[in-house]
Design a protein around this ligand. Structure first.
Ligand code: NDP
Length: 257
C-alpha cells in the first residue's frame, strides 16, 4: 500500500498512547506515505505522542493542541494548520468522552449534564471539525470517524455513549450530503471492542471481548492495526465512490443475531 497517500496531508485527532485506535491509524497512513499532522488535548497525550513518533521514526508535519469542547481551540488549531501546511486532504476523528459513572447501570439514570457532555465531545465535535477542515480541503478530501455497535443496538453499560454514537453516525450522513458537493467524503468505522484508555471507562469491557471471540464469524477480536488499514482505505482514493457509510471492522460480529 506504500505510496497510496504520497503527498497527502492528513490530520489525526486522538492519539493518547500506543493503544489508541488513532495510533494504529497513524501507522497505516504513514506506511501509505501520508504527511501527518496531529492534534491532542492533554499535555500527557502530547508527550506520549512525541515519544511514539520518535521511537517509530515518524516525522510529524505539525503537532497542535485542540480541545474539541472549545470552538476557539478548534479555530486556532485549524488556523495553525492552514498557516503551516496549507491544503489538507483528510481528517481522522478518533475522539469520544463520557463520564465513567454514566457507563454502567441503567441508561435511564443518565444525567442531563452527562448526556450533553457525551454528545458535545463525541458527536458535535465531528460537526465542528468538518466545518473547520472543509475550508482547508480545497482539493477535495476525506473525513473518517470512529463509532461502535452500541449506536445500533443496546449493549450493556454503553448507555449514554451508544446514544452519542447514534448521533455521530447520523451526523456522518448529514455531513456527507453537505460536503459531497466540494468533493469531500465523510465515513465512519465501527470497530469491535479494543483495549484502550477510553475502553477502560466502560464497565464489563472484558466480557464484550469474550463474546466477540466466541460468536463473531472470525472468532477473534480486532486490533488497532486492522482499524488503521480500514481507515486508510477510507482516506485514500480506493474508496472514492463511498460516502456517508459506516463500515464494520468487527470480525463480522454485527451480523450475528
Ligand atoms: P483513547 O483513549 O486512546 O482515545 C480517545 C481520545 O479522545 C484521546 O486521544 C483523547 O485525548 C481524546 N479526547 C477526549 N476528549 C477530548 C477533547 N475534549 N478534545 C480533544 N480530544 C479529546 O481511546 P480509543 O482509541 O478507544 O478511542 C478513539 C475512538 O474510537 C473513540 O471515538 C471511541 O469511542 C472509538 N471506539 C473505540 C472502541 C474501543 O473498543 N476502544 C470501539 C469502537 C470505537 P486526550 O487524551 O488528549 O484527552
Amino acid at each position: 500500500m506504500s505510496g497510496l497517500l504520497q503527498g497527502k496531508n492528513i490530520v489525526i485527532m486522538g492519539v493518547a498512547n500506543e493503544r489508541s485506535i488513532a495510533w494504529g491509524i497513524t501507522k497505516s497512513l504513514h506506511n501509505a506515505g501520508a504527511n501527518l499532522i496531529f492534534t491532542n488535548r492533554q499535555e500527557r497525550s502530547y508527550n506520549k505522542l512525541l515519544k511514539l513518533l520518535e521511537k517509530n521514526e515518524i516525522e510529524a508535519k505539525l503537532v497542535v493542541n485542540c480541545d474539541v469542547a472549545s470552538d476557539e481551540s478548534i479555530a486556532l488549531a485549524f488556523d495553525k494548520i492552514k498557516e503551516d501546511v496549507g491544503v489538507i486532504h483528510g481528517v481522522v476523528h478518533a475522539i469520544a468522552f463520557a463520564n465513567r459513572d454514566e457507563l454502567k447501570g441503567e441508561y435511564a439514570d443518565t444525567s442531563r449534564e452527562g448526556f450533553l457532555l457525551s454528545q458535545e465531545i463525541s458527536a458535535y465535535s465531528l460537526v465542528a471539525v468538518t466545518k473547520a477542515a472543509k475550508e482547508l480541503m480545497t482539493e477535495g478530501g476525506s473525513i473518517v470517524t470512529q463509532t461502535y455497535l452500541g449506536a445500533e443496538r443496546v449493549i450493556p453499560n454503553y448507555n449514554v455513549m451508544g446514544v452519542a454514537k447514534a448521533s455521530l453516525e447520523a451526523s456522518v450522513r448529514y455531513l456527507a450530503e453537505d460536503v459531497g458537493k466540494y468533493g469531500i467524503r465523510v465515513n465512519a468505522i465501527s470497530a469491535g471492542p479494543i483495549r484502550t484508555l477510553a475502553a477502560k471507562g466502560v464497565s464489563g469491557f472484558n466480557e464484550k471481548m469474550g463474546v466477540v471471540e466466541e460468536k463473531a464469524p472470525l472468532r477473534r477480536n480486532v486490533d488497532q492495526d486492522q482499524v488503521g488499514d480500514a481507515t486508510m482505505f477510507f482516506i485514500s482514493d480506493l474508496s472514492r465512490g463511498v460516502t456517508g457509510e459506516v463500515l464494520h471492522v468487527d470480525s463480522g460480529f454485527n451480523i450475528i443475531g
